[in-house]
Each structure stands twice: as C-alpha cells, then as structure tokens.
Design a protein around this ligand. Structure first.
Ligand code: NAD
Length: 503
C-alpha cells in the first residue's frame, strides 16, 4: 500500500491536483494499492479521460475492513457530544466549500452546476440533522413489576459497507454516512466508477472536521470489489443504492455466509397524475421537475405523466414550449438547465428507449436529439424528450428509462389514473397535482409508493424518510427511520430480588 500526501488544504480545493492523487482513502490517508485493474475516470461534459484509478482487490478490501473494524471499536466508545461536534463541523465545512465541491460534482457527474450546488447544500442539512439525533439513540426503561425491570440499548452495528450509484454521488454517500457515523459505526464507501471523485472529497472534509482515522474509508471498485466487501465476515451491514438487478445479487450475497441486514434503494417507474382541477402552469412545472432534473437520471422520476383529458391540449402545448426552451449545454455554465449524461453508453440507452417507443407507435413531440456543445464536442448531451401515444405494451411504459424522457398519457377518471400509476411492480414514488385537499388525501392513500408528492415532485429533506416498496427495495434513508438500519437493540432484563428458582 502506497500512502500519498494528504490531498489538500480545503481552501484550494478547486485548484487542487485531486485527480493526480490516489484511488482510495483508507485509515485517514489517500492510498494507492498496487492493482492491475485500472479504470478510467471520464468527464461526462467533455468525454475526456480525467485520470486513471484502480479497483481494490480482495486483499485490499481485507486491509480496509480491518482498518475500519479497529477504528469502529474506538468510535463506538466516543461520547455523543464528540460525534455531534464532528458531524456539525462537517456540515460547516461542506457549506464553506460548497462551490468548490459542487465544481467537482459537476466535473465528475455532468449535472448542471446549480444542481450540484443544491446537492452539496442538501448534504450540509443532512450532516446538521444527524449531528442532533443523539436523543433518538437513547434506550428505554421498562418497569416489569416491583422487583424487575428491563432496559433497552441502541448499539452500533459495526462496519457498514455502503455502495452507491452515480447519479447523486455526494448526496448518496452522505445519506448513508452521516446517520451511520452518528450511530457509532465505521463506513467503507464504494462509489460508482462512473462518478468516483466527490466521495474522496467528503473523506477529506470529515478528516478536517476531526473524524478519527479509519472511521470513514473510500475504496474504488467494480462488481467484484463490491462482492468481496459484502461477503466479508467483519462487515455487519450493507446499504446499497443502485439498480434492481444489482440489488437482487447483493441481497443474495448478504445471505450467503451470514445473515446480513441490508438496505436496498433501487430503481423506480413512477407517475405524476395531473387531475382536472389542476392549475396548468403549475402542473407543467411539476411535470418538468419530475422528469428533467439531472438529465432525468433520478430514481424517483415520474416518467409517466398522466393528464386528465380535459387539460391535455393546453398542457401539452405549454409543456412542449417550455421544454424546448431548456438550455442544454456545458454544465459548468450557470444558465445550463440540462447537462451531460453520465456516459456514452447511458446516453445510448436513453436514445434506445426513445427509438423503441417510436418503433412501437409512440409519437415524439420534441427532444431526444444529440446536442453538440462547442468546445465539448465529445460530451454526452441529449435534449429532453416528450413522447405521446404511449400504450401499456411498450417497453418505455414498463421499464425505468433513467433519462429525460417524459411520457404523456391521458386519462378520463381518477380511478383510471390510479390504476395506471399503480401498474408497475416498482413502488418508489408517485405524485399528483390538484387544488382539492380532500382529493389529494384520497388519491395519496391509494398510490402504491414509498414517497408521494402533492403539487410538487422529488422534494427531499433529511427529516423525512425516503425509500421504496416492491421491487424498488426496502429500508429507509433519512429521518429518524434510518437510525434503525444502523443500530441494533439490546434488551437487558434485571431482577433486583432473588433469582427465581422454578425447580
Ligand atoms: P448499478 O446497479 O449498475 O450500480 C450501483 C453500484 O453497484 C455501483 O457502485 C456498482 O459498481 C455496484 N455494482 C454493480 N454490480 C454489482 C454487483 N454484482 N455486486 C455488487 N455491486 C455491484 O446502478 P447504477 O447504474 O449505478 O445506478 C442507477 C440505478 O440506481 C437506477 O436504477 C436508479 O433508479 C437507482 N437509484 C436508486 C436510488 C434510490 O434511492 N432508490 C437512488 C439513486 C439511484
């Protein structure tokens, strides 16, 4: 293992030679393990190779788990005040360096800089929130009779393996790391090789905030690396964000050698229902928000936009007009609304969905065109697309597209809309637009989804649990709910009298 000088003074983050450093962050250091498995870090906005890093091998995973296990034993004994202070300081540092961290998020992921900044600020909120949850980790005292009582303790699970997707790199890492650390666990985070940069920055920020070495570690890896990590006997818990097929494999591995608790945040196929009393302009905003953020690469996106037939014509015209005005281009520019897709392959997949829909009879109303951005000619750009004449047999109706492709589907009755929205075995999100409060309550109750949005979409807060049902996975991130995932409860029975002897 080669230890490299620590990355940076956070003050010169943007100009740092971050990419010249190393693939991994283990035991408080940037390290390069010798490995023959290289991967190229690609900048989506230009298609350029930013650097070449390495996937960790099994031996390197073992070294990292050993480091994390030793560190966790000390971290678990730290006081709630010590943990709170470090998490609060992390939030402060993320806020101070928000612009520079957002810059790297934009470079590494291709999302517009304004969105990247919002993501970093959401991480600030998350660390702030979990710096104050100590009282939610308290146990209970349970009186049983005059001589007996029980008490419960909430204890850290140990070493957490956290595996992330590429679409919200620093946010996904934070959603897992902040609560896991608050509970006294250590974390080994494995980012997606498609956006592996900002987890290393978060590691540096946590170190600057005073987190002891080895409590938070980052290793780069592919499926093989992840599997070594998941199967390791000293990894006590797995938290995964990614696709359904990978989630299934991970679930299987978690039962192979041990019975390992797991959180699965998987894909979705969500709907937004625009009811006949909706304000059309507001509904258009909602539909765009539900489809075009992060180039549509959002797990909870409502690709099926169900519109009451009475509003269809007006809404379609306004939606298409506003969509055509969206500025596709260099994500580093403030005016850009649609940046680059994560990779050429993914851009091709999204195009494939559009082409398959058209081949099956759909009509394209706008978008879906490759955009060439001057100076960034090899970037992965595609304009946001709206399709109509969609039928339930089409691939786009059933499968997650994970791109900016909005499917306009008319309906006549509330019941019909609910049936279409629930016509999926995934259950991550659903939404509705209405001015009628009673109606919003009634419809929300009937939607089979972990998250429902009324007159908004993809809203998020660290106070509110987030997660899916059905094939979208189980377990929750955010809120107090996530603390269940990173602790186990111990119940202690105490008899203050003589020990009962039944024999
Ligand atoms: P993916 O499943 O291809 O990869 C996710 C992670 O798993 C990566 O780090 C990858 O290296 C790793 N991995 C791949 N194969 C593996 C294997 N066999 N064993 C263990 N690990 C493996 O997903 P992706 O393309 O990175 O992300 C897109 C998917 O993530 C979409 O389906 C999206 O909906 C979903 N997602 C869900 C949420 C949520 O909160 N529900 C959030 C973001 C993304």
């Amino acid at each position: 293992m080669r230890i490299l000088p620590n990355m940076m003074n956070l003050n010169s983050l943007k100009d740092s030679k971050l990419l010249d450093l190393s693939s991994h962050f283990v035991g408080g250091n940037h390290v390069e393990f010798p490995s023959d498995k290289e991967f190229k870090v690609i900048e989506p906005r230009s298609g350029k190779v930013l650097t070449t890093w390495h996937f960790a091998t099994k031996d390197q995973v073992d070294t990292t788990v050993k480091t994390a296990k030793t560190a966790q034993e000390h971290w678990a004994n730290s006081t709630w005040m010590e943990r709170s202070e470090i998490l609060k300081k992390t939030a402060d540092l993320l806020k101070t360096h928000c612009n520079d961290i957002a810059y790297w998020e934009c470079i590494s992921n291709g999302k517009p800089i304004s969105e990247a900044r919002a993501d970093v600020l959401s991480c600030v909120d998350t660390f702030n929130f979990y710096s104050g949850v100590a009282h939610d980790l308290l146990g209970r005292h349970i009186p049983l009779d005059s001589a007996r009582y029980a008490y419960t303790r909430r204890l850290p699970v140990g070493v957490v393996a956290a595996i992330g997707a590429w679409n919200y790199p620093i946010q996904t890492c934070t959603w897992k790391t902040a609560p896991a650390l608050a509970c006294g666990n250590s974390v080994i985070y494995k980012p997606s090789p498609l956006s592996p940069v900002t987890a290393l920055i978060l590691a540096e920020v946590l170190k600057c905030a005073g987190l002891p070495n080895g409590v938070f570690n980052v290793i780069q890896g592919d499926a093989e690396t992840s599997q070594h990590l998941i199967l390791h006997n000293d990894v006590a818990k797995v938290s995964f964000t990614g696709s359904i097929p990978t989630g299934k494999k991970i679930m299987k591995s978690c039962a192979e050698r041990n019975i390992k608790p797991i959180t699965l945040e998987l894909g979705g196929k969500s709907s937004l229902i625009i009811l006949n009393d909706a304000d059309v302009d507001s509904a258009v905003s909602c539909a765009m928000m539900a489809n075009f953020y992060s180039q549509g690469q959002v797990c909870s996106n409502a690709s099926k936009v169900l519109v009451h037939r009475s509003l269809l014509e007006e809404l379609t015209t306004k939606l298409v007009n506003r969509t055509k005005l969206m500025k596709v281009g260099d994500p580093l520019k403030e005016e850009t609304k649609v940046g680059a897709h994560i990779s050429a392959d993914h851009r091709n997949n999204v195009e494939g969905y559009i082409n398959s829909a058209i081949a099956e009879g759909a009509t394209k109303l706008c978008g879906g065109d490759r955009i060439t951005v001057e100076g960034l000619e090899n970037g992965f750009y595609l304009s946001p697309c709206i399709l109509t004449n969609i039928t339930p047999k089409m691939k786009v109706y059933r499968e997650e597209i994970f791109g900016a492709v909005l499917l306009l589907i008319p309906f006549d009755t509330e019941e019909e809309a609910i049936t279409i929205a629930n016509d999926t075995d995934m259950g991550l999100a659903a939404g509705l637009v209405t001015k009628d409060l009673a109606r919003s309550y009634r419809v929300s109750e009937k939607l089979n989804a972990g998250n429902v949005y009324v007159n908004t979409f993809n809203d998020v807060s660290p106070l509110v649990p987030f997660g899916g049902i059905g094939q979208s996975g189980f377990g929750r991130e955010n809120g107090i709910a996530v603390l269940e995932s990173y602790t186990h409860q111990k119940s202690v029975f105490v008899n203050t009298g003589d020990c009962p002897n039944p024999f």
